[in-house]
Design a protein around this ligand. Structure first.
Ligand code: ATP
Length: 284
């Protein structure tokens, strides 16, 4: 399947996936996951290889239950592979203190803290920021939080509490919190799944701006093929359980991408090809 296209983009720049660092940001080497044992064993992931360079934005798509979240859990060290290796920045995930940012479908803001305090939280608890958090007399951390909030249009909401914000505003704050500590990896698990279509598209544009500004390495799990095509520079399709990656293709559309692009014939054709591939693997 070829996901190349001639779709025009605003202020087109080449897609940048090449690494300036020698070690991949993330590597799965024949990593497999089996839950349980004996007759109750469930193979969630067959031996899987995956490599991401720094600054890659990879979308993982596939039928329900194929192991997408399992891969996120492996990468974030919430789960150990039954066999194989998971390397983050060249070191085993379990051997390393990981600096990871995460955003899920439901923003998990602490209700008794303001948005500013919620977004600040990773700086308080994650190295190397936590060591200097208390000595931050200049307010550099606060400035960092405010700059992020301003970038996502929440400049005037820093002192509000989570219950005073809409779902879309909460997810924008959530993205700020996931990025504030400059994570080695940003893991996104259906982060826009609970939003209405207009808000979702607005958030895609905000996510794109944040990504192009900071170039974190991003692994996005989504069921929304347009979201994958709009945001990612690589799309991996997984087979039905037991999961494995059956297609790994670049999205050769220059960034930044215009949101109107998702209605263009070439983009619709690309997502249609993905849809057909997933329909095939669901029925086999
Ligand atoms: N703790 C567990 N014990 C047993 N089986 C599990 C466990 N966690 C996940 N599984 C199984 O592993 C498979 C992969 O699950 P996973 O959550 O990774 O799928 P997914 O692709 O993220 O699904 P969805 O798209 O529906 O969120 C599923 O069949 C699931 O039932």
């Amino acid at each position: 399947m070829n996901m190349s296209s001639n779709i025009p983009a605003r202020d087109a720049q080449p897609v940048q996936t090449a690494s300036v660092h020698s070690r991949p940001a993330l590597e799965l080497q024949n990593a497999s996951v089996v839950f349980g044992s004996g007759a109750n064993a469930v193979t969630a992931l067959t031996p899987t290889n995956l490599k991401m360079e720094r600054g890659d934005f990879l979308a993982l798509v596939g039928p329900s239950g194929c192991g997408k979240s399992t891969i996120l859990k492996l990468v974030s060290n919430l789960l150990q592979p039954s066999e194989g290796l998971v390397l983050v920045g060249g070191k085993e995930a379990r051997a390393k203190e990981l600096r990871i940012g995460m955003a899920f479908q439901n923003p998990t803001m602490l209700p008794w803290l303001t948005i500013e305090q919620n977004v600040m939280m990773p700086l308080k608890i994650v190295s190397p920021f936590k060591e200097t958090y208390r000595q931050d007399k200049t307010g550099a951390f606060r400035d960092r939080v405010h700059a992020l909030l301003a970038q996502v249009g929440l400049k005037d909401f820093a002192q509000h509490y989570p219950w005073q914000l809409s779902g879309g505003m909460l997810q924008r704050s959530n993205l700020c919190r996931a990025l504030v500590h400059e994570p080695d990896l940003l893991l996104l698990d259906e982060p826009f799944g609970a939003l209405d279509q207009f808000t979702r598209e607005e958030l895609w544009q905000i996510m794109q701006d944040l990504y192009l500004d900071r170039k974190p390495t991003v692994l996005l799990v989504t069921h929304d093929l347009r979201e994958a095509g709009y945001l990612a520079n690589r799309i991996c399709v997984m087979s039905a359980r037991p999961g494995r990656i059956i297609s790994d293709e670049p999205v050769n559309i220059p960034q930044p991408r215009d949101i109107g692009m998702i209605y263009s014939p070439a983009f619709v054709e690309m997502t249609q090809n993905l849809r057909e591939l997933i329909a095939q693997v669901r029925s086999t």
